[in-house]
Design a protein around this ligand. Structure first.
Ligand code: FAD
Ligand code: MLT
Ligand code: ZN
Length: 560
């Protein structure tokens, strides 16, 4: 007991002596993620297998010139190590012909009609290099009118499309499965208005999240969401996936902060729901249908979002815990003792820490004196610097005295804070570099969450490295299985076990990444058949020909 107290006092001393903040900067600009194409030169294309077309033929087909032929190579694809699902191309969809290209050239101009094989290869491939489509055409509309004309035409011709923002999605939703036309929103990237009093930002869907963060920073505001992919992802993509990210514990989900949307439906009609009001109870609030619908119901073109003011005092602690129960107790205490200033509560296990230290350049362990089982990153954001600091220090002291924290460090300046965040945000990239990744994004009761990681470790033994991290403050586990290469035997150990386990514990098989292609057929693990049926009816109502992001979100049998 005495020893324990002495150790706690020593750690407390270190923490309290590191609290001199040299900078009050808000810490959301900590890391720039380059364009998704440069982010991860993953070599793991082996996760993709194709039933009817050999890979060399598939790749060669990128060079095929649409203007000369209308041959389609891909009719039937198997995502064996990715989704254990066989997907059939919907025969009701047309294929692009010469007249289509002439039409798109006419309404958009040639520079927004992309057929360049290299650009298409990038746009056909997801961030993980796990899902690859074979689209021969990407359109880049510049405004709502152009997008509306595209969809009107595609609908009448039954040409399937995939909406694409920054292409940082992690469930295969943002790339074509076959030859769907890619509609990329990157040219729709203007801020339309910002109201300094209400904090309401109105912008186009293609604005990159990090650009919005910078724009608001200058006005004294922040975005209510932040995620590691901010340098590439777009606000339209964020809303379409209902992205959670690192600050949800404080600012809530996009269902709360998005005030309005402009959306183009499959038939080209423009639905103006771009309100800027906090309160509007005039009937059904239909914008919610599009938040998290992953491009399956309409394409978001404009967004109105409530942004919180930027507060002057930000503190970040990087802590070590011996066991998972301590992480839980720490969260319980943080919610009570830090209350309204708590702005992030993230955790990672030692496997995640090792991956980051091993695979990312320039990363340093802030707590090098020992190897710990768990690490927790806590951020506070408030308006009273001395009070906030005192509150955090009192909380940490209490946590140490109660044996919840074994070691810890408080960021003393912006650069230290960035380096703490870099560890947490760098995990997906480190996993990519380590080899093949089986990625699961689960909502679970916090007390049960880590049992799944341990059970998975027991199941897989030495065959793979099982890694757990995530947004503990939101009950969101990122369970990742890292292996040298994709292997059906490993997949068979993971699925359906992971989904059954989650369902048995009344969790969700997608906390924040969405269903995409990866989990469209798994939806019943989290939704009742009546609910899925209703979703399919809504889809049929809004997109009767099923041209918007086919094969994703809803089981194909219900909508094709
Ligand atoms: P895309 O990947 O291009 O598209 C995602 C989906 O939305 C697709 O189904 C697409 O068809 C649809 N879509 C895109 N734009 C539109 C539009 N305008 N209208 C209609 N549909 C559209 N996610 C989290 O939730 N939390 C995280 O913390 C997080 N961290 C990440 C960290 C890294 C390093 C990476 C690579 C990804 C992370 N993600 C995270 C996943 C991803 O970044 C998010 O899902 C993000 O919101 C996707 O935005 P995007 O613009 O890249 O969309
Ligand atoms: C994260 O929280 O880091 C993201 O959701 C990405 C991931 O799960 O790998
Ligand atoms: Zn996440």
């Amino acid at each position: 007991m005495e020893n324990h107290k002495a150790a706690a006092a020593a750690v407390a001393y270190r923490l309290l002596n590191q609290t001199k903040h040299k900078s009050n900067k808000i810490l959301h600009q900590r890391r720039l993620i380059p364009n998704s194409t440069q982010l991860n030169p993953s070599s793991s294309t082996s996760g993709f297998t194709q039933a009817s077309v050999p890979l060399n033929q598939f790749v060669a087909s990128y060079r095929w010139d649409l203007r000369k032929s209308s041959l389609i190579h891909t009719h039937h694809r198997k995502f064996g190590s990715v989704a254990s699902t066989i997907v059939e191309r919907n025969p009701n969809f047309s294929t692009i012909n010469h007249d289509d290209l002439i039409y798109f050239d006419k309404i958009l101009g040639a520079k927004k009609v992309i057929q360049d094989p290299e650009e298409l290869q990038t746009a056909n491939t997801d961030w993980m290099h796990k899902y690859k489509g074979s689209s021969k055409l990407m359109l880049q509309p510049e405004n709502t009118t152009e997008l509306s004309q595209i969809l009107d035409y595609c609908n009448s011709r039954r040409l399937a499309v995939v909406p694409q923002g920054g292409n940082t999605g992690l469930v295969g939703g943002s790339v074509p499965v076959f030859d769907e036309i890619i509609i990329n929103t990157r040219r729709m990237n203007s801020v339309i208005s910002f109201d300094q009093v209400s904090g309401v930002l109105v912008c186009e869907a293609g604005c990159i999240l990090e650009n919005l963060i910078s724009f608001l920073d200058k006005k004294g505001f922040i975005m209510p969401l932040d995620l590691g992919a901010k340098g590439s992802c777009q606000i339209g993509g964020n809303i379409s996936t209902n992205a959670g990210g690192l600050r949800l514990v404080r600012y809530g989900s996009l269902h709360g902060t998005v005030l309005g949307l402009e959306v183009v439906l499959a038939n080209g009609s423009v639905i103006d729901m771009l309100g800027t009001l906090r309160k509007d109870n005039t009937g059904y609030d239909l914008k919610h249908l599009f938040i998290g619908s992953e491009g399956s119901l309409g394409i978001i073109t404009k967004v109105s979002i409530l942004t919180p003011p930027k507060l002057s005092s930000v503190n970040i602690a990087f802590l070590a815990c011996e066991d998972y129960i301590s992480c839980q107790k720490l969260l319980f205490q943080a919610k009570r003792r830090l209350g309204e200033i708590l702005s992030a509560f993230e955790f990672l296990d030692s496997q995640a820490m090792n991956l980051v230290l091993h695979h990312l350049d320039g990363v340093r362990n802030p707590l090098p004196s020992s190897i710990y089982n768990f690490y927790v990153l806590i951020e506070t954001t408030g308006s009273n610097e001395s009070n906030d600091k005192a509150t955090l220090e009192a909380f940490l002291l209490h946590a140490m005295e109660n044996g919840l924290v074994s070691d810890g460090a408080l960021a003393q300046d912006f650069s230290q804070a960035s380096s703490f965040w870099h560890i947490r945000e760098g995990i997906p990239e480190a996993l990519q570099k380590a080899g093949a990744v089986y990625k699961y994004d689960l909502s679970l009761p916090v007390e049960k969450m880590y049992d799944l990681v341990e059970e998975m470790r027991t199941r897989l033994g030495a065959a793979a490295n099982v890694v757990g991290y995530g947004h503990l403050g939101d009950g969101n586990l990122h369970l990742n299985v890292s292996a040298r290469q994709y292997d059906d035997a490993i997949l068979a150990q993971i699925e359906p076990f992971v989904y059954e386990w989650t369902s048995q514990h009344r969790g969700s098989i997608s906390a924040e990444h969405g269903l995409g292609l990866m989990k469209a057929e798994k939806i019943y693990y989290s939704k009742s058949s009546e609910t899925v049926q209703l979703m399919a009816s809504v889809k049929k109502l809004l997109d009767p020909n099923g041209i918007l992001n086919p094969y994703k979100v809803i089981p194909s049998s219900l909508v094709s």
